[in-house]
Design a protein around this ligand. Structure first.
Ligand SMILES: Nc1ncnc2c1ncn2[C@@H]1O[C@H](COP(=O)(O)O)[C@@H](OP(=O)(O)O)[C@H]1O
Ligand SMILES: [Mg+2]
Length: 376
């Protein structure tokens, strides 16, 4: 990990994402057991939880600690507005406790935590400083503290996504996938005929996947659970995209939510290129992890109605798929542009990530052939 130009950043970021995974697992357990009222609605009606703010505060605090609070630039999904409302005192208290519990465990991950517990203003400051506008010059961290919040609140798949952009290019990418089974065998057909990841008693669940640009390698670590650190069974494994290039054998992934991507358009594309398997519908950037790990071959996203994709929903996943051997472009076949602030400006229609060039060309060709007759 240390050998590349961004070795220190990657080393710290992987450890921080490991911490964040542990934090999220604890909060998700509390949510599912119904012990806390930790979910709020944002202005766009999407949910936000104690975990979103707590991960953002923890990652922000750590990055400032290691890379300097003066110089570090972070673009992340959450702000402190809902947390600062008069009726949010209890919620803020939970966030502060959750952050301090996470930071107290920093040494388990080989990181230095704060000398003493953070107070509420410090936690709010850590969250609100992640308001950089990014752009084409300099280093910018990009964080989605809990991607797939709907999956998170449903006890399903979600991801913690952290990437570093340097002069407009994504140079490192880390995806924490706390509910993603380590073994592909745990990928089962579900009742409704769709693929779904399910944990079995034989497979360990949860991993952190990471890469750096130009390495041609992507790695997967299991989650760190106790004091065992990163030695022995926690050694990272190389991952690689699938070698399948026959559409009849390929599986495509997409959002669970029909509001986030047009399922009927992707069904038409799938049919057009001869895909036979049912789609694998998964919340969050775990879809990119599935492509990078060879558990599926295609990920397509076609948002509706002028929705503008945010960089934190794609940066880490795109680089991981590319370095694991895959291809990711917009629907016009062009690379995604991470250099223009918080949005993927100039994105042509949708996003297509594939395990290889052959499948990718077929999907792009199918988009070309069917776009005009679609209602998108
Ligand atoms: N109307 C919309 N169209 C497309 N994507 C949307 C959307 N509203 C929200 N999203 C994005 O889709 C992400 C979830 O992706 P998926 O549906 O693939 O699981 C959300 O991430 P968050 O859950 O972090 O907000 C959000 O950024
Ligand atoms: Mg997201």
């Amino acid at each position: 990990m240390e050998k590349n130009k961004y070795g220190k950043e990657l080393d710290v970021a992987v450890k921080v994402v490991q911490m964040a995974c542990s934090l999220c697992k604890t909060v998700q357990k509390g949510l599912i057991s119904g012990s806390f009222n930790q979910v709020k609605s944002k202005n766009d009606d999407s949910p936000v939880t104690v975990a979103d703010w707590s991960v953002q505060a923890t990652v922000s605090w750590m990055l400032c600690e290691y890379f300097g609070s003066e110089s570090v630039s972070i673009i992340a999904e959450e702000d402190v507005q809902a947390l600062s409302e008069p009726d949010s005192e209890g919620l803020l208290g939970m966030v502060v406790t959750t952050v301090n519990e996470a930071l107290a465990k920093a040494p388990i991950y080989g990181l230095n935590g704060p000398g003493k517990a953070l107070m509420a203003p410090q936690v709010l400051e850590a969250i609100s400083r992640c308001n950089s506008s990014g752009g084409p010059v300099g280093k910018h961290w990009v964080l989605d503290p809990v991607d797939g919040t709907l999956g998170f609140v449903r006890g399903d798949q979600y991801a913690i996504a952290l990437a570093l952009i340097d002069d407009g290019k994504v140079v490192i990418g880390i995806l924490g996938c706390p509910n993603y089974p380590l073994e592909k065998e745990s990928l089962n057909y579900h009742d409704n005929g769709l693929h779904k990841f399910s944990s079995s008693s034989t497979s360990e669940v949860g991993c952190v996947i990471y890469t750096s640009k130009g390495s041609g390698e992507a790695w997967m670590q299991p989650l760190i659970h106790g004091n065992e650190g990163l030695q022995g069974p926690n050694c990272a494994k190389l991952i690689k995209v699938s070698a399948i290039d026959d559409p009849a054998l390929a599986t495509f992934c997409e959002s669970v939510e029909g509001a986030n991507t047009n399922h009927s358009f992707t069904a038409g594309l799938a049919n057009g290129v001869g895909l036979r398997n049912k789609p694998l519908r998964v919340h969050s950037m775990v879809k990119y992890a599935a492509i990078a790990r060879g558990d599926a071959e295609i990920y397509m996203k076609f948002a509706r109605g002028g929705y503008k994709e945010k960089i934190w929903d794609h940066a880490a996943g795109v680089l991981i798929v590319q370095e694991a051997g895959g291809v990711v472009t917009d629907a016009g076949g062009r690379p995604l542009n991470f250099s223009r602030g918080m949005y993927l400006e100039g994105l042509d229609r949708g996003i297509v990530a594939c395990s290889g060039v052959k499948l990718h060309e077929k999907i792009i060709g199918a988009v070309y052939a069917s776009w005009d007759s679609s209602n998108l």
